[in-house]
Design a protein around this ligand. Structure first.
Ligand code: PLP
Length: 385
């Protein structure tokens, strides 16, 4: 059996190196390292893939979130509601811009931001909601867009983990994740579903004015050379990274399909085991992990374990040569940097529980049946003691 990796970037590279290598080589030969033609080409191809009017590439996913918030004109003191159960980048940029993060609880079934909790957290100072499409499936965007409209709030989608996933509205209309709110932000960190070979990110929007504002912000607030109209940042996608991404983009759907296939095999193996709760797909178009499911792209395959010592299981897996991860072990509202005396523990019941139950299994495009069988049987043996 091949050694099991949490993410197998080397195996994936071996399959596409005939395309990636010349694409990188071309950048080097032409020395167009910054804002070269590859960046523009990738931007156009990603716009077409997502069905969105504007993609603005930038340096990483954290910058993408920050720049999105700057572009929307959020001001110090504005309250921004986001999920307690996510990677810290989401809340970090809110705090960095001196906006006030308001963390709220998530759902037990899909790990995404809870709609009732959003409603409860709205105050006259609330200006925006940041749903995070955690582990590869969209938050309930029908409800979030309704709340936003009713309360005049902006919506920034953190799409770092769900690129390529579809969201199906209640009326049946399907759109790509990250293109629903005022603006979407994504990351091309190597382990993401569409990853480059270093850091990268992008912002998406259908709003022409916002796209124009953001294009200036990423370039030192310049709309005309050496005229700085607003305070901006320097946040660029390197041409070499764009070359990698442009070579990988045509494979994204098949990569996501491989992840879904692995997820189905995992879930099938755990059927009937009471102490394991497999990930739920909650899209209206799909009642489970079906063969044609395109609403969950499994950035992570995350189990919940009941009545089992999660940390002992993780240790056992590692001893057997099976990497695994705990995303995330500590709720953001308990992180020192984001403590707020307004928070009450009763409001974070689900997150407080999830952090003790979740465990993410190896998930990438190169998992084979032998590896999946070894991983699932090792877990089942541990549970059966
Ligand atoms: C990875 C990630 C980010 C940050 O992306 P970077 O490119 O690492 O800055 C933000 N939000 C979520 C949910 C992520 O998973």
């Amino acid at each position: 059996m091949k050694k099991i990796q949490m993410v197998d970037l080397k195996g994936q590279y071996n399959d596409i190196k005939d395309v990636v290598n010349p694409s990188i080589q071309e950048v080097i030969e032409t020395a167009a390292f910054i804002n070269g033609p590859k960046v523009h080409q990738f931007q156009k191809n990603l716009e077409a893939y997502l069905g969105v009017k504007h993609v603005i590439p930038c340096a990483n996913g954290t910058d993408a979130l920050q720049i999105a918030m700057m572009g929307l004109g959020l001001k110090p003191g504005d309250e921004v509601i986001t999920a307690d159960f996510t990677f810290a980048a989401t809340v970090e940029v809110i705090a960095l811009l001196q906006l006030t993060p308001v963390l709220v609880d998530v759902n037990e079934d899909d790990f995404n931001i809870n709609i009732e909790a959003i409603k409860k957290a709205i105050t006259p100072k609330t200006k925006a909601i940041v749903p995070v499409h955690l582990f590869g499936q969209c938050a309930n965007m029908d409800a979030i867009m309704e709340i936003a409209e009713a309360n005049n709030l902006l919506v920034i989608e953190d799409n770092a983990q769900a690129i390529g996933a579809y969201y199906t509205y209640k009326n049946g209309k399907k759109v790509k994740a990250g293109t629903i709110g005022n603006v979407g932000a994504t990351s091309f960190f190597p382990s993401k579903n569409l990853g480059c070979y270093g850091d990268g990110g992008a912002i998406f929007t259908n709003d022409d004015d916002l796209a124009h504002t953001i294009r200036g912000i990423v370039n030192h607030g310049m709309y005309e050379r050496y005229h700085h109209d607003v305070v901006g940042v320097n946040s660029r996608l390197d041409s070499i990274q764009a070359a990698v991404l442009d070579a990988k983009l045509p494979h994204l759907d098949s990569y996501n399909k491989s992840r879904q296939a692995a997820a189905r095999k995992y879930s099938k193996a755990f059927e009937g085991i009471d102490s394991i709760i497999t990930p739920k797909t909650v899209s209206k178009s799909c009642n489970g992990i079906c063969d044609n499911c395109d609403c969950h792209v499994f950035h992570q395959y995350t189990l919940r374990v009941k009545g089992i010592d999660r940390d002992a299981l993780a240790k056992h897996l590692n001893e057997k040569g099976i990497p695994c991860g705990v995303y995330y072990p500590i709720p953001l509202h308990k992180q020192k940097a984001y403590l707020d005396e307004r928070y009450e523990e009763v409001d974070f019941e689900i997150t407080n529980k999830l952090v003790k139950e979740v465990i993410s299994l190896p998930m990438h495009t190169e998992l084979d049946d032998e590896q999946i069988e070894f991983i699932t049987s090792t877990i089942i043996e541990f549970i059966n003691g």
